[in-house]
Design a protein around this ligand. Structure first.
Ligand code: HEC
Length: 142
């Protein structure tokens, strides 16, 4: 049974991390984070009604993305159009910003919002983390 399960995971591409493309993986992680924002920002703006269950899912997806965006995805030489070369020049600052993002996201899922004010309280700091990191380390017009 155990082996069948492992084979299934391999078929799904799980467990092949060593062969994966770090650029594709970090974009995939950011895409999870982007989907969180695409759900939560319209709620914060009042364009979409606050829904605690959907907000929870989006916050958890953001947290999962922050974990998936790990340091192993930035090996030397893994440049990409979207990644600013400053990442490799200031690796410890970049890593600190990644760590901050994960801490902020963990805090958000520990105090899940029950109303719009609660959502603003936990998600605003996450948006500040995006901006702080992107300003220095992401090239947007690629
Ligand atoms: C610690 C740094 C950091 C934080 C925090 C961060 N990002 Fe990013 N983000 C990056 C980097 C670096 C890239 C470029 C990756 C690449 O192209 O190799 C990126 C790329 C992206 C992309 C483009 C992905 C693609 O397919 O090319 C989106 C969308 C994005 N980030 C959204 C967000 C949002 C929304 C947040 C906050 C909720 C956020 N990011 C927080 C560093 C960060």
């Amino acid at each position: 049974m155990k082996y069948v399960f492992a084979a299934g995971l391999l078929a799904l591409g799980v467990g092949t991390t060593a062969l994966a493309d770090p650029v594709e993986d970090r974009r995939g992680a950011m895409d999870q984070v982007r989907k969180g924002a695409a759900t939560l920002v319209p709620m914060l703006k009042g364009e979409v009604a606050f829904d605690p269950v959907i907000a929870e899912l989006a916050l958890r997806m953001t947290y999962a993305g922050s974990i998936a965006f790990h340091g192993g995805l930035f090996p030397d030489g893994s440049r990409s159009k979207g990644a600013n070369p400053a990442i490799w020049e200031n690796k410890s600052d970049f890593d600190a910003k990644r760590a901050d993002f994960k801490v902020t996201a963990a805090a958000a899922v520990k105090s899940l919002p029950t109303d719009l004010d609660g959502l603003a309280a936990v998600y605003q700091p996450l948006l500040e983390d995006c901006a702080a990191c992107h300003k220095l380390y992401r090239i947007k017009d690629k």
